[in-house]
Design a protein around this ligand. Structure first.
Ligand SMILES: [Zn+2]
Length: 390
């Protein structure tokens, strides 16, 4: 996505200019009635993987609901204001809301009449937002864009970016992940050949006066800081909630801290190493050997069997914080991150130390809670030896 340097006003001016060349199609009232008769198709520009009935139903409910509200609310306000006027009283809609003085009622009535007039008479143009009073009607969980329902043409309602996004081309809002949100690859280096896996690195240190300027102070009560967490936390480009945001986080941890990171769900994982050459580590289910004995699904059993023939389990980690992380031992030592290995009989490890080839490793994270069959897509994350670069 190309970010624009345009100001909000410039984007708005451009939008007005673009709209002036577009055809006027329907009034909001007409759109409301056409929706009731199911006369529109919906186009999601790839922002949802679900183009079926559920997505359409939801979109229809959202647009229709907001238009019906505009219609009902303005009509109700006019009726109630006229009633108050006929009784010669001030008007108060709800307790706590300001009172409209009798002397101002006519002005208020004409305000709601204007809104209703526009609802009935002002035509929405193609590519224009349908309900101009609402913002952020659709959130894409892949690219993270906040979108509005727009009138694409006389038969179609689509999704468009809002002007507040400062996008240079506000009409081109096809989802960058329209073909699916696939795995993401990045690199880390393992100079010591000792790679430590964890649920997450407990990198909280006591906050000191000297750290005040470091801008990574996270919790005023606990007076702690987290070294590896992004300073520009959760700004949209770094987010646990969207595929794009999770890619941003993987890039953050790997490029800024040389740490491998993969977002998971509430689950346990096993760390497996390829038998023989040991140049491939796979993060998969912690329960693969149980599946071989217990599952009734032939495909699940045969996939698990084949996997266990090629890989050896090194240990299991319970992901209380829904992620796994891994880093070279030197990073943990440098930052004084405590490393705890499992008690003798414990089923779960806190950290797993893997002796690997020294050098550059490629990490590919494929797991998505919303699109992964945990029993059949066994390679949640893959770490592959690339070369001996330090
Ligand atoms: Zn999207």
């Amino acid at each position: 996505m190309k970010e624009s340097k345009m100001t909000f006003n410039e984007v708005n001016a451009r939008r007005e200019k673009v709209l002036s060349t577009k055809r006027s199609l329907y009034t909001q009232k007409e759109i409301m009635n056409l929706l009731k008769e199911d006369k529109f198709k919906f186009s999601f520009s790839g922002h949802t993987d679900d183009n079926g009935e559920w997505a359409i139903k939801n979109a229809k409910r959202s647009v229709l609901g907001s238009l019906e509200f505009v219609d009902m609310y303005n009509n109700e306000m006019i009726t109630e204001l006229e009633l108050a006027k006929s009784k010669g009283e001030d008007y108060q809609r709800n307790e706590g809301l300001s009172t409209i003085k009798l002397a101002d009622i006519d002005k208020e009535i004409s305000y709601y009449r204007d809104r209703l007039k526009s609802f009935k008479e002002r035509k929405i143009k193609e590519t224009e937002k349908i309900d101009w009073s609402s913002s952020r009607e659709f959130h894409c969980f892949k690219c993270g864009m906040e979108l509005n329902y727009i009138l694409l043409d006389e038969n179609t309602i689509g999704l468009g970016a809002t002007t507040s996004m400062n996008k240079e081309d506000i009409w081109d809002c096809t989802c960058p992940f329209k073909d699916g949100a696939k795995g993401h690859s990045y690199y880390i280096t393992v100079p010591t050949g000792e790679l430590v896996f964890a649920n997450y690195f407990d990198d909280k240190k006591i906050y000191t006066e000297a750290d005040k300027d470091r801008d990574c102070y996270i919790d005023s009560d606990r007076k702690e800081m987290e070294i590896f967490e992004p300073k520009e936390k959760w700004n949209g480009e770094l987010s646990l909630n969207t595929h794009a945001g999770r890619i941003g986080l993987m890039n953050h941890y790997s490029s800024k801290h040389n740490i491998a990171f993969g977002q998971m769900g509430s689950m346990s994982v096993g760390i497996y190493i390829k038998k023989g050459k040991k140049d491939r580590i796979v993060i998969s289910s912690a329960y693969l050997s149980d599946r071989v004995n217990e599952s009734d699904d032939k495909e699940v059993v045969s996939k698990a069997k084949k996997f266990l023939k090629e890989y050896r389990l090194l240990g299991c980690i319970s992901l209380e914080v829904w992620r796994w992380m891994a880093a070279d031992m030197s990073i943990l030592k440098k930052n004084k991150i405590p490393i705890k290995f499992a008690e003798k009989d414990s089923y779960r490890d806190e950290n797993i130390l893997v002796k690997v080839k020294k050098g550059k490793w490629k990490v590919t994270h494929q797991f998505r809670t919303d699109d992964c069959d945990e029993d059949k897509d066994l390679e949640y994350s893959i770490l592959e030896f690339e070369n001996e670069t330090k």
